[in-house]
Design a protein around this ligand. Structure first.
Ligand code: 13P
Ligand code: SF4
Length: 301
C-alpha cells in the first residue's frame, strides 16, 4: 500500500480530518481535506464532525484549533514546525502600552503564541484585519507581532492611531524589490501580487496586496495571464491547479518557510498511527486566549 492510501485508511479508522495551509508541500496539500489560508482554516476547524484534526501547518495553527475545539484531539505532524514571528512580542511591552494609552485595543495577528493572544483584545488574520480594526470602537491600536501587516492596515484605516511592534515574518521580510523588478523586466505584462507581511517598499510596487487566499482569488479573476507572486512558494500548487492557462513567477530567491516544509506524508501517517504529537493547552490559557479568537470570528462575519 502506498503512503497516500495508508493515510486514507488511517483517517477512516481514526475518524480524522486533515487541514493544510497553502504553504505546506504540494503532496501534503494534495491529500488534505481542507486547504486554505489562516482565516479559512480557523473557521473550518470549528464544527468539524471528525474527532481528530491533523493540522498540517505551524504550531500556532494547531494551538488555535485546539483552543477553539477543546473536546477534539489535535495532532501536529511535526512539533518542531513553529512560526518565528509568533514569538516576536512581549507581554511586558503590551502592559506598558496599556498603561500609556487610553482607549487602546491590543490587536493580535493570529500568527502568535496562545500566551500572546491571552494579553490581547482581538485576533485578526491577513484576510480580515482591515475589516476588524475598522469595526473596533477604540481609537488607539497596538498591533502585534507584525510591523509590516500593521503598516498595511494603518494605511487603510487612517482614522485610527497605530502603535507599532517590531515583529516580522523572516520569510516575507527577505523579499527584495530588486529581485521583483528583475522578474518584472523579464515579464513586463505580469501583475505583482503580494502578501502584506512583505516590507513596505515591496507593497509600494505591487498591483494587489492580500492574504494567500486573496492572492489566489485575484489571480483567478484577473484577465491577466502572468503574475509575479510575492509570498511563500507553497501557493504555486493551488495557483497552477486553478489556473492551468496562466503563468506564475517567483523571485530568484524563492521565499520558503522551512517550518511549513517540515510537514511530510510520512509524518502525517505516523501521527495518525500512533496518536503522537497531540496539542495540549491548559484550561487557564485556553479560556484567556479563546476570547480574542472568538471575537475575531464574530467581528469577521
Ligand atoms: P495567511 O494564511 O493569512 O495568508 O498568512 C500567511 C502566513 O504567513 C501564515 O503563516
Ligand atoms: Fe511564520 Fe512567516 Fe512561516 Fe508564515 S511564512 S509560518 S509568518 S515564518
Amino acid at each position: 500500500m502506498d503512503i497516500v492510501e495508508k493515510i486514507k485508511k488511517l483517517k477512516e479508522e481514526k475518524n480524522a480530518v486533515i487541514l493544510a495551509h497553502y504553504y505546506v508541500r504540494p503532496e501534503v496539500q494534495g491529500i488534505a481535506d481542507y486547504i486554505g489560508d489562516s482565516f479559512y482554516l480557523s473557521k473550518v476547524a470549528v464544527g468539524l464532525k471528525e474527532q481528530t484534526i491533523v493540522f498540517c501547518g505551524v504550531s500556532f495553527m494547531g494551538e488555535s484549533a485546539k483552543i477553539l475545539n477543546p473536546e477534539k484531539t489535535v495532532l501536529m505532524p511535526d512539533l518542531e514546525a513553529d512560526c518565528a514571528m509568533a514569538h516576536m512580542a512581549d507581554p511586558k511591552v503590551i502592559q506598558k502600552m496599556r498603561d500609556t494609552y487610553d482607549d487602546l485595543a491590543v490587536v493580535c495577528y493570529i500568527n502568535s503564541t496562545a500566551e500572546l493572544k491571552k494579553y490581547s483584545d482581538v485576533c485578526v488574520t491577513s484576510a480580515n484585519a482591515v475589516k476588524i480594526v475598522k469595526a473596533l470602537p477604540n481609537q488607539n491600536i497596538f498591533f502585534i507581532p507584525d510591523k509590516n501587516l500593521a503598516h498595511f492596515i494603518a494605511d487603510q484605516v487612517p482614522e485610527k492611531n497605530f502603535v507599532y511592534n517590531d515583529g516580522y515574518c523572516p520569510v516575507h521580510e527577505k523579499m527584495l524589490v530588486s529581485e521583483i523588478l528583475e522578474e518584472k523586466q523579464r515579464h513586463p505584462k505580469a501583475e505583482i501580487l503580494t502578501h502584506p507581511e512583505c516590507p513596505q517598499e515591496v507593497l509600494e510596487i505591487s498591483d494587489y496586496i492580500g492574504s494567500t487566499s486573496g492572492i489566489i482569488s485575484y489571480a483567478g479573476k484577473s484577465e491577466n495571464k502572468e503574475f509575479i507572486i510575492c509570498t511563500e512558494n507553497g501557493v504555486r500548487y493551488e495557483l497552477e491547479k486553478q489556473n492551468p492557462d496562466k503563468k506564475f513567477y517567483f523571485t530568484r530567491t524563492e521565499p520558503v518557510c522551512e517550518d511549513m516544509k517540515l510537514i511530510t506524508l510520512e509524518k502525517i501517517a505516523h501521527v495518525l498511527e500512533t496518536g503522537e504529537n497531540e496539542i495540549y493547552v491548559t484550561d487557564e490559557l485556553r479560556e484567556a486566549s479563546k476570547k480574542p479568537l472568538e471575537r475575531m470570528l464574530e467581528l469577521a462575519k
